[in-house]
Ligand binder design. Structure first.
Ligand code: GLN
Length: 277
């Protein structure tokens, strides 16, 4: 089978199960298995593909057609230009979250201590540690399996992070200059209506923000003051319709300079607040 035929076959397997962007995903599968760049893919279209590569690509296409996210099949996702291992124990890092990291990187000063609460794959903590090398980064998660993945991601990206297994703040003992969090924020009722890739494969523990989706923001607003130094910052990712409510929660708990920021699509995506000095 030549590369062009293989590509067509993968696309048809994906399209049959209504995978959107089948063409793009077919290329990602070929790229991953055959280590082919986009230009080489076009140059080699008439070349024969080894039987082994054909069967590897088709096996992946088959799994993808069952709506398993490609990132879980291949085991990786890029975030902030770094490579992260992902397993079904962690949420797949989203590009939306890069804005949070970029804002944090603007705010950090050498020597400060930062805590990433609900670290999951560790994408936020690892990127901050990587791009702000003089910052001491800690990262907490309730899930020991997620922490295993995050630890591997810290090691492969060659950064030092202090990992803490903790249900929110229960095991946190120190104070930080900045607390960052992208907590679970989807209403329980809505989780079951999400696309199958998310609903059937991503950990509900990382998605479900309980009844009104605000459970973890309430905790963060209420308790992070005890773990922040005076003037410390709370930096949050939120759902597109949670800006006003989360900003209100922070103000009620004494945070100042509370601001809601939009993502590249113009939707509310982050809330920042500061403790008085
Ligand atoms: N902090 C991780 C991320 O941004 C995990 C988020 C989560 O599990 N809710 O991807």
């Amino acid at each position: 089978m030549n590369l062009n035929d293989l590509n067509e076959k993968i696309i048809s397997i994906l399209k049959e199960e209504e995978i959107k962007e089948a063409e793009l995903e077919a290329f990602y599968i070929i790229e991953a298995v055959m280590k082919l760049s986009r230009p080489m893919f076009f140059i080699k279209k008439r070349d024969e593909v080894s039987e082994q590569d054909v069967s590897s690509c088709l096996a992946i296409a088959q799994k993808r057609s069952e709506h398993m996210p490609l990132q879980y099949i291949l085991g990786t996702q890029e975030f902030m230009g770094l490579s992260f291992k992902v397993t079904p124990d962690v949420l797949i890092p989203r590009q939306d979250t890069e804005g949070l990291v970029e804002e944090v990187l603007k705010q950090v000063k050498p020597g400060i201590k930062v805590l990433d609460m609900c670290t999951g794959s560790g994408c936020i903590a690892v990127s901050v540690a990587k791009f702000a090398p003089n910052v001491q980064v800690s990262a907490a998660d309730i899930s020991p399996k997620a922490l295993e993945v995050a630890k591997e991601n810290a090691a492969t990206n060659q950064v030092q992070i202090n990992f803490i297994e903790s249900d929110m703040f229960t095991e946190i003992r120190e104070k930080y200059d900045m607390i960052i969090s992208n907590p679970p924020y989807i209403k329980s009722q809505v989780v079951t209506t999400l696309m199958p890739e998310v609903r059937d494969y991503e950990p509900h523990l990382a998605l479900d923000g309980k009844e009104d989706g605000l459970f973890f923001y309430r905790k963060l607003a209420k308790e992070s003051g005890n773990f922040l130094t005076p003037g410390g910052m709370l930096c949050l990712e939120i759902g597109y319709d949670q800006g006003a409510e989360v900003a209100q929660l922070l103000k009620q708990q004494g945070f100042i300079q509370v601001r809601v920021e939009q993502d590249l699509c113009g939707l509310d995506r982050n809330v920042y607040g500061k403790l008085p000095e």
